[in-house]
Design a protein around this ligand. Sequence first.
Ligand code: NAI
Ligand code: AKG
Length: 630
Amino acid sequence: MSKDKYFIIDFDSTFTKVEALDELGELSLEGDPEKESVLQQVKELTDSAMAGQSSFAEGLRKRLDLLKAHQKHLPQLINVLQDKVSQSVRRNKEFLKEYSDQIFIVSSGFKEFITPIVTQYGIKEENIYANTFRLDDNGNIIGFDEENVLSLDKGKIKLLEQLALTGDVYVIGDGYTDYEIKEAGLANKFYAFTENVSRDSVIAKAEHIAPSLDEFLYQNKLPMAISYPKNRISVLLLENIHPKAVEMFRNEGYQVETIPGALSEEELCEKIQNVSILGIRSKTHVTRKVLEHANRLMSVGAFCIGTNQIDLDACLEAGVTVFNAPYSNTRSVVEMAIGEIIMLSRGIVDKSSKMHVGNWDKSAAGSFEVRDKKLGIVGYGNIGAQLSVLAEAMGMVVYYYDVVEKLQLGNARKCDTLRELLEKADFVSLHVDGRPENKNIFGAQEFAAMKDGAIFLNLSRGHVVEIEALVESLKSGKLRGAAVDVFPHEPATNNEPFVSELRGLPNVILTPHIGGSTSEAQVNIANFVPNRIMDYINSGNTYQSVNFPNIQLPELKNAHRLIHIHENVPGVLADINNVLAKNQVNILGQYLKTNEHVGYVITDVNKKYDKQLVNDMRGVAHTIKFRMLY
Ligand SMILES: NC(=O)C1=CN([C@@H]2O[C@H](COP(=O)(O)OP(=O)(O)OC[C@H]3O[C@@H](n4cnc5c(N)ncnc54)[C@H](O)[C@@H]3O)[C@@H](O)[C@H]2O)C=CC1
Ligand SMILES: O=C(O)CCC(=O)C(=O)O
């Protein structure tokens, strides 16, 4: 272990996520009607001092006056701070312990709360430099030890001068006073630590940014708890994906960029180059060409059910996993279909439109109950089957047709052919998936086969139906009405106009692909997809991936995990194991799953890996991707 490197780490908003004096104020001002405004003043004083815009000593004095704290608050404060240690600090306890002789906490905060927190992470008490409180006889905190250099302006510089460290000094902190150590020539490098706060004035001066302690350790080739800094994983989320997903990825430490609409192939080719995780909904097409431009892509998240917009085979060949949310909006689509069946059966949309322009048209003509009517469901998957259950509960008689054998729910009746279903049903609702073979499966012939006056719904995919044939059937009166949520061409953003021959037709409900657009569904999706992707990244688990061989892995404990994706040709597993044997690596567990195109093999080993092993694994013939997890 080299002794000529020293690490100076700040406490507030670096070692911990928060400013300790703000937290102290939460406790000391509890019940005070002025609490919020006082805390705001404290925060402003802290920010101003941290950004280097005001005298530190003066600010500290003012903050303590405002807080009116007592020593009895300190144990509570320590409890609070214990839970607010920065995630990457928490993760890298081993580094802090191993390098404890070389790590110094230098803070303008107070030893009374810093010491009990940082010593739990192996920091040596003699390496903690901070202020101390001054108390009156009743235990009130009335000031600080003014002799301590850290209570003075440029205190950290003065302290570093006193320490006179000989060797390379690295400073990690979020504040201007941390930067000043480097500016004064007392440190070789300053890393602006941005995991918790990012201060423009500090970033502007910093030559190095550390969005986490992992990044600092990675850049300086120091031992770290995870194989790769999470802040290096960049996420691009398109099409207004729910903010919950943004929050989940950010909490994991990833860098997230969001774009409200969909991107064209050309735009995506440009944007995707350094993206590790791409999140889309139904409108962005992930083509082979897009994948050719993706240098770092690990996973695509379809924040929806359908995945026809993604070239799943090309993703597989590129070693990119795809995850979707197979059940998260099922109920929303079904509820909309049910609502539309009733609305269309009663001609409500036209009646409502007339009312809006002042026409009172009270009549029962063309208005029917749905009870006892026959509903034909084409595609009896998750949505179709759930629709079947709810429709039966309303007294409808359900028929279904599916290309594969499906469990009949309730009293639903199976049709052997699509034609049989079309001839029977008063309502036909499409819930097939968007596979390319389903293009135009509904055209003139299918509409002709339907009952006269039937009602048609498509909430599946736009390309499944020939729009001209549908328009013709509506205009001729063959169909009494229709609800269409999905279209062969859909606007990429809300600013583009919607163009369709279906516009303006009577008893036709047109909706902008919102079958799954409910708050509940979007939150469900935003929880589900990031969790699947993060699990894949953190453990290699491909369970529920729509394109990869599914492996549900045991938790990684005290082992290193080698994740190898290869073309599915004979002999690759043997080659992998030869490499492991040659490098004298003992296998603790091995899991292999293949599909037609790729093999996915996970090997847990007990040996600290070295570069040679990594190179050899990457050199195995037919390797698509290889990565290591601790
Ligand atoms: N409008 C919207 O906002 C939403 C639309 N969707 C669409 O609905 C589709 C269905 O969703 P799920 O039920 O969850 O999928 P699923 O995969 O559970 O069900 C699809 C069913 O359709 C069957 N199928 C496929 N082609 C067929 C054909 N030509 N004829 C008869 N059956 C056929 C399949 O065998 C399967 O049982 C999704 O793939 C998606 O495209 C899904 C959610 C929201
Ligand atoms: O809400 C969306 O963007 C797409 C919904 C959809 O079509 C799906 O889940 O497949």
